[in-house]
Design a protein. Structure first.
Length: 317
């Protein structure tokens, strides 16, 4: 780790279980640590930094007040997620008889990260089959006390959204019901799209929901989500790193590449992996990137990639 590299790169490295060189963080003044804390919170990584503090050399170098602030972020997230994950667990009874898959924060906090305090969860996202969305909505209303707060149901305008949101008047987390992993602010006919049933065909039984996505499909979902949010926060790419670690012996880079090409998701995956590799979060084999690299890119897209891997992020300008 280079003492002069961007502070967000250091934070990403400190949020991982790998050891960090003491020299990178030793001798820093209070203002540097205040900036470290501010960026860690902004990027959604403060909790992971605290969890891995001993391995990352933070514990012995970080001022006591900054370490307490990191601990506060972790404890607050743990308490909040404990409540939300109990709500997610209650969905098994509410949606009994309906197939669904947990997505994003709830899944990551409950199953993927080593501790539920490491990943903030603000709502509960579930994937259902499109044909089941009305039945799921009815179960949420009649059994769970939820009401439709936004999104589309049958007969609505489906040209932009693949989801509906249900809430309980500010009580607990909202439940976002998706019938595709892609939601876009652009009309859906602009993109190629793909048949989400192919994901369902190979979905695996899960302990926290009837089914879970294969690790490769989960990464594709997270990469697409990260790109659509313009890689606004590093937690989005941190999630991908954690899924690869969590999958362990099940992980297959060749299968990931094949599925990315098959479903037209090679581009978001390519940029996600470029960012992970450039920031030192995880080494990505050059052969993987070469296969995923978009064949035809205009000036603006080439400029986008250059700025992305050069770490010229607006939030740090």
């Amino acid at each position: 780790m280079n003492r002069n590299e961007p502070i967000s790169n250091m934070i990403l490295r400190c949020s991982l279980p790998a050891a960090v060189e003491v020299e990178a963080v030793s001798g820093r003044d209070k203002s540097w640590w205040n900036e470290f804390l501010r960026v860690a919170v902004r990027e959604g990584l403060a909790e992971s930094v605290f969890y891995h503090q001993n391995r990352s050399a933070i514990a012995n170098q970080c001022p006591a007040d900054a370490l307490r602030a990191l601990e506060s972020e972790y404890v607050t997230t743990l308490a909040r997620n404990t409540f939300f994950l109990k709500q997610a667990d209650d969905l098994k009874k509410t949606l009994e008889g309906c197939d669904y898959i947990l997505l994003k924060g709830a899944l990551l906090a409950d199953c993927v990260y080593p501790s539920p305090g490491m990943r903030r969860c603000s709502d509960i996202d579930v994937l259902v089959r499109k044909r089941d969305r009305e039945a799921v909505g009815e179960r949420l209303r009649t059994r769970g006390g939820y009401r439709l707060s936004s999104g589309v149901t049958s007969g609505g305008d489906e040209s932009y959204l693949n989801s509906a949101t249900y809430g309980r008047d500010g009580q607990g987390a909202a439940v976002h019901v998706h019938w595709h992993i892609q939601n876009s602010i652009l009309p859906k006919y602009v993109g190629r799209g793909f048949d989400i049933e192919e994901f369902w065909k190979v979905a695996q039984p899960s302990s926290n929901a009837p089914f879970e996505l294969r690790p490769e499909h989960l990464v594709l979902h997270l990469a697409d989500h990260a790109l659509r949010h313009s890689f606004q926060r590093l937690i989005h790419v941190r999630d991908v790193i954690e899924v690869v670690r969590w999958a362990g012996s099940r992980w297959n880079w060749s299968a990931l590449q094949d599925e990315a090409v098959r479903f037209g998701l090679a581009r978001p995956l390519y940029y996600t992996l470029c960012l992970i590799d450039a920031r030192g979060g995880m080494a990505v084999d050059r052969g993987v990137l070469d296969r995923l690299e978009p064949p035809h890119r205009g000036f603006l897209e080439r400029r986008y990639e250059r700025d992305l891997v050069a770490d010229r992020r607006r939030a740090e300008a």
